[in-house]
Ligand binder design. Sequence first.
Ligand code: PDD
Length: 279
Amino acid sequence: RTIYLNGSWMPEGEAKISPFDRGFLMSDGIYEVTCVLDGKLVEYEGHAARLQRSARALDLNLPVDEAELLVLHREIVARNGLEQGMIYLQLTRGAADRDFIFPPMDTPSTLFMFTQAKDVLGNPAAEAGISVVTVPDLRWGRRDIKTVQLLYPSMAKMEAKAKGADDAWMVEDGVVTEASSATAHIVSADDRLITRDLSHALLPGITRASVLELAAAHGITVEERAFTVEEAQAAREAFITSATNFVIPVTSIDGARIADGKPGPLTQVLRALYVDTRR
Ligand code: PDD
């Protein structure tokens, strides 16, 4: 792979980042994942806007302007001949003596990008659905910022795997926050799409926003509110959304089958609409 690091393009094996980088020492950094389909960026504007928002929230310096950021995204796709997969971008506060106090604002930040191929359209889970187990949400309180603190989501996913499930849904104060790396949604018995309202508790998913818009345009009532695990288990359908998954059906929660245990029809309609309109 050809990667981008701090203004230069290089083979991934030649990249060097200081061990003093605050991303490494303190998880002091943010990231974005943008999907690529047919060699083109999917929902680029949303991801670029959220990157700016995360950077502002943490006083991180994004060393490129809006126009340059788009050029970098296009160029990394071209340099790697990527047809289908993702672009990963990470921005950290850069290298400095270890200190809990942020280094001066003129400390060069670290901007790193790479591509990774993935068969997003051919994901077998789109047909088969996935099983999830619930775990307590033990992450920090600003999950609306896309930070690189991914240890707990990683542990949650390991716990799910150990239990024979595909993913974890996180639960706090009796209600679902989100999946380990995706937004959680359900469809009620009266065909309403229910998804958690935005707050510091969860990431404002770019795919989430798109799917809510598509559902509303399709005449589906959307209810943005928290829901319990019991409500989700009794739902007509359940699914997750994320940049690299689009829409993926959830067919069981903590061993309880959702409806007949098959991917829901509305879920499949929303996935098809998403692929058709965002491609
Ligand atoms: N994850 N919630 C969490 C905690 C996430 O990590 C993600 C994305 C989402 C969905 O957001 P979006 O629709 O904007 O991708 C929700 C990315 C894909 C990842 O970490 O790989």
